[in-house]
Design a protein around this ligand. Structure first.
Ligand code: WT7
Length: 650
């Protein structure tokens, strides 16, 4: 650590190691350091090889990269169509009868869709969009549950060159209004409703409220799924199945420029108006196909892949729709929640479809820990050969639980770090090559360059600091829709010449990378800068704790004091003093929480991230600010009640 500049103190230690088994490495796409060497020798040549081997181009590029900081163009002058890459070429190569999607509805209804069937549906829906007046460059908004039509709609947009903007079905009409108006979308694709926790949740009424305030929307297409009653406005609203029945079957793919906009995806960040993150065509597809193939070691002839994300998030875009389909994968797509009808629904699905690769979020894993190991034990999970996580730092204990109870001790785990803005995975183990450590995302992938720096931008050779990306990568965001100024300020102004991701990270003595959470969440206790992630991991390493959220609350003596909110594992009990001592023993007395509150649940966003801002408000006794992005608002009422009753300890 450099002396004059502030960094983040690194407190935790983890000595367990998991090398890949000889058996796994034997058939893995990557089992040595060759890719790393190749990328280090010539970054552009490396990505050019990926682009030509993994993607089909209608016209070759004239230049691999044009880099005018912070603006990148990849595969300049290249022409391709993303839907053609995801569908047509597989069908032409003889894989038309291969299953693309095993779809499982929450009530238990199913659909099996082959590549040929998916292509036919996409071509026909492309014609539906054209008939509604959508042309190349027009934006289309998608607000759907997890039904196959979500993928069909996205691919049809890609086929005709109309950028899509998908809004997660759990968002309110107000979120939809803001996003439609910012993108000035012409058509909205929604559903009557979808299934969630055994009930139909209506979407069309929220869409109706939105469309009353979104002048750019000319037509609304409604997929029938929930069977709930909806109002249809004559001339404006149309049933998906009616339009499909009237549309032509064939629609040739549009030749798109490599740098044409493929989609916008809005991310709210910590404050202010959501940002429309722009992703383009050739570089993005190359990045997601490359990472999906190598990080998940996808063998399309034998793998059944399942990513549990919603298509409304970037994970759904990159690792349900574009990456897996570009690689010709067979995948499971599931509509509902993990606990309907029982807490073992996911494991039932893994057993039923013989899933081999399973990708989920740490928040889900900690919930499974809460529910107990008996749930996965009810099912035969022996088909699994690789596990993945994304979205947050994974605590070593959650990693170990996942490894043991889901992976049967035999599956490598890939902890994948990336962001909506990066488009695809940036930091992750390569499962046939990398020796993992529980809780570490390990190393930057071949083709990705990172640096952990201190406050002054100097690279640290060990310890904590800020995670920056030092060279352009193909899947990188190309801007914020309509706000170039904000693009520069948000990502490119903190450290000269680098992209700053907003995350803290630590390099250990072996050069392994440990993500420390958002730097806005770093606490300052008596002048020590402590990462919330490390204290949370220390708490979760106690056998009774399933999940913990830690925040710094203002404190007259120490600047900030550590407040912890803790959820226990099913059937466990432990007292506050024991947990405080446990943290002190794990990472040091400085990190001992001042107060610990037990709670059955933590406040989370709908994508599963803990809302520490709200917990700080609770800890500091403030009125709560905006709670609209909360997945379950009742959690906070309960926390406030407990906070006002429980005394804090010293
Ligand atoms: C932020 C990006 C990337 C798809 C889902 C989230 C956190 C993501 C990890 C990981 C530690 C992680 C970071 C990042 N994050 N993956 N493996 N370890 N933190 O996308 O909503 O754009 O959020 O998620 O803080 O900056 P997103």
């Amino acid at each position: 650590m450099t002396e004059n500049h502030e960094t983040i103190d690194a407190l935790s230690h983890e000595n367990r190691r998991f090398p890949p088994s000889a058996d796994f490495s034997l058939s893995a796409h990557v089992s040595d350091g060759g890719l790393h060497d190749e990328a280090a020798a010539d970054l552009e040549a490396f990505w050019a090889r990926q682009a030509s081997e993994l993607i089909s181009w209608q016209q070759p590029w004239s230049k691999v990269l044009e880099w005018d900081l912070p603006y990148a163009k990849w595969f300049v002058d290249g022409k391709l169509n993303v839907a053609e890459n995801c569908l047509d070429r597989h069908v032409k190569a003889g894989f038309g009868d291969k299953v693309a999607i095993y779809w499982e509805g929450e009530p238990g209804d199913t659909r099996t869709i082959t590549y040929a069937e998916l292509l036919a549906e996409v071509e026909q829906f492309s014609n539906v969009l054209k008939n509604l007046g959508v042309t190349k460059g027009d934006r289309v908004n998608i607000y759907l549950p997890m039904v196959p039509e979500a993928a069909v709609a996205m691919l049809a947009c890609a086929r005709i060159g109309a950028p899509h903007s998908v809004v997660f079905g759990g968002f309110s009409s107000q979120s939809l209004i803001d996003r439609i108006n910012d993108a000035e979308a012409k058509v909205l694709i929604t559903a009557d409703g979808g299934y969630r926790r055994g009930e139909v949740f209506p979407l069309k009424p929220a869409a109706d409220e939105a469309v009353a305030q979104t002048p750019s929307i000319e037509h609304v297409v409604v997929v029938e799924r929930g069977g709930n009653e909806v109002d249809m406005v004559e001339g404006r609203d149309h049933w998906y199945h009616d339009l499909m029945a009237a549309a032509d079957a064939s629609c040739p793919p549009e030749a798109m420029d490599s740098e044409d906009l493929l989609f916008l995806l809005y991310t709210s960040g910590t404050t202010g108006k959501p940002k429309g993150i722009m992703h383009t065509t050739g570089g993005y597809l190359t990045h997601v196909a490359y990472t999906h193939r190598n990080v998940f070691d996808l063998h399309r002839d034998r793998d059944v892949y399942w990513c549990t994300a919603d298509v409304g998030w970037i994970t759904g875009h990159s690792y349900i729709v574009y990456g897996p389909l570009a690689n010709g994968a067979t995948q499971v797509m599931y509509e509902g929640v993990p606990n309907h009808p029982g807490n073992d629904r996911f494991w039932e699905i893994v057993e039923k479809y013989k899933v081999t690769i399973f990708y989920t979020a740490p928040t889900a894993i900690r919930t499974f820990m809460k529910w107990g190991a008996d749930e996965p034990a009810k099912h035969d999970l022996s088909s699994l050969r690789l596990l993945g996580t994304v979205g947050e730092p994974i605590n070593p204990e959650a990693w170990m639980w996942y490894h043991e109870h889901i992976g049967g001790g035999r599956c490598p785990i890939v902890d994948t770090w990336w962001q909506t803005e990066t488009g695809g995975i940036m930091i992750s183990p390569l499962p046939g090559y990398t020796t993992t450590k529980p809780g570490s995302a390990t190393f930057a992938l071949p083709g990705v360059d990172i640096a952990v720096v201190d406050d002054g931008g100097n690279e640290v050779d060990g310890g904590g600091g800020y995670l920056t990306l030092t060279r352009p990568w193909p899947g990188m965001l190309r801007g914020i829709w309509g706000d170039p100024q904000r693009f520069v300020e948000t990502y490119w102004s903190r450290f000269d010449g680098s992209y700053f991701a907003g995350d803290g990270a630590r390099l250990d003595d072996d050069g392994y990378l440990w993500l420390l959470g958002r730097v806005d969440d770093v606490m300052n206790v008596s002048g020590h800068r402590i990462s919330t992630t490390e204290v949370e991991s220390a708490l979760v390493s106690h056998p009774s704790v399933a999940e913990a959220a830690v925040v710094g609350a203002n404190d007259p003596t120490t600047g900030q004091a550590i407040f912890a909110y803790v959820t226990l594992r099913g059937g466990h009990d432990v007292d506050v003093a024991t947990l405080r001592d446990h943290v002190a023993a794990e990472i040091g007395a400085i990190a001992k929480p001042k107060a610990i509150f037990f709670t059955p649940d933590l406040p989370k966003t709908r994508s599963g991230k803990i809302m520490r801002r709200l917990l700080r408000d609770v800890a500091e006794g403030r009125n709560l600010g905006d709670t609209t992005t909360l997945a379950d608002a009742s959690v906070v009422d309960e926390l406030q009640r407990r906070a006002s009753e429980a005394p804090s300890e010293d």
